[in-house]
Design a protein. Structure first.
Length: 327
């Protein structure tokens, strides 16, 4: 709109120019269309949210001059110009899942401030931070191990703040208890079947022998075709997360490791079809508020309940496959 002297406001000209140009590019059928859609998807990924960046109620603030696409979208939203994507075209991908988003249970100001920290660690859901039953918070080492983040370092301030928002210390159970109600079983924490992992990549496994949970470290591959491996038995120290070598018990396989006066090992032959992979790490950190076992230890990163539930799921799946083959 102009005055009687045909003088236009620069803001209106900017709005018209950028809106028209962006819409032409996003709806076109040329190289500009591909570039515009790629930049829009990159912005959605950078936004790190389960919400669409095109939502008219969302004004995503970035450094000025850092992202032209975001500045154009904000300009359109502030002028009540909404954008509707056609349902038959896969223009924008964003998270659509039944998992519980972190941003739903923390203050908006905190999430905006720490969005980049969560994005760098690939943390978007509560399930990435909790155990199998979602009753307690995992420690920093456990979270990074499950998410395959090689750089762990010291516990950052933002993780401690996040813990304060969604947990409360439970002195009775000696853990940080999740305060979010009615969370379902955590499907992300089901431990994988060992047979799905290459034998040379297996380190620690768990299985059931005589209705007792057995944890072992791979010593050798006996038969890769039959998926049989030889393992050294490991046992928890004082029923805690640190584990140590078993010096001999009733679970030792006498056929492959006869017990003698000078033999203080406990060896077993395990079928990977009926075992699961168990994550461990060598660290001083414990998932408990107060741990009486100090020092750098080889620690389990999965709780006994998680291991037991995963074993039950593996046994059920293996039995079902066996019955199918018989039929």
């Amino acid at each position: 709109m102009h005055t009687g002297y045909k003088i236009f406001h620069i803001y209106d000209r900017q709005l018209q120019l950028h809106t028209k140009s962006w819409l032409e590019h996003i709806n076109g059928n040329n190289i500009n269309n591909k570039i515009a859609r790629t930049r829009l998807q990159h912005l959605q990924n950078h936004f790190w949210s389960i919400n669409k960046i095109l939502d008219p109620d969302i004004i995503y603030k970035t450094k000025r001059g850092h992202n032209l696409t975001n500045e154009i979208l904000n300009l359109m939203k502030l002028n009540n110009l909404s954008i509707t994507l056609p349902e038959n075209q896969n223009i924008l991908e964003y998270p659509q899942t039944s998992l519980t988003p972190i941003e739903k249970y923390v203050p908006t100001t905190w999430y905006n401030k720490n969005r980049s920290n969560l994005r760098n660690r690939k943390l978007l859901y509560i399930e990435q931070l909790t155990n199998y039953t979602q009753s307690k918070l995992l420690n920093w080492i456990q979270v990074n191990t499950y998410e395959n983040n090689p750089k762990q370092g010291k516990i950052p301030k933002w993780f401690t703040e996040l813990s304060n928002h969604i947990t409360t210390p439970d002195i009775y159970s000696n853990h940080y208890k999740i305060t979010i109600p009615n969370l379902p079983i955590n499907k992300l924490k089901t431990l994988p079947n060992s047979s799905t992992i290459k034998p040379n990549k297996i380190q620690y496994i768990a299985t059931e022998i005589n209705n007792q949970t057995y944890i072992g470290k791979k010593k050798a591959i006996i038969n890769s075709n039959n998926q049989q491996i030889k393992t050294q038995h490991y046992i928890p120290i004082s029923s805690d997360s640190p584990i140590t070598k078993c010096t001999g018990c009733h679970l030792n396989n006498q056929n492959i490791n006869p017990q003698t006066t000078h033999n203080h090992t406990c060896i077993q032959q395990i079928n990977t079809n009926t075992s699961i992979l168990v994550p461990t790490t060598y660290t001083t950190q414990s998932s408990k508020i107060h741990s009486f076992i100090t020092g750098r230890q080889n620690r389990l990163l999965a709780s006994p309940n998680t291991i037991q539930q995963s074993l039950q799921a593996t046994k059920h799946k293996f039995s079902k496959q066996q019955n199918t083959q018989i039929l």
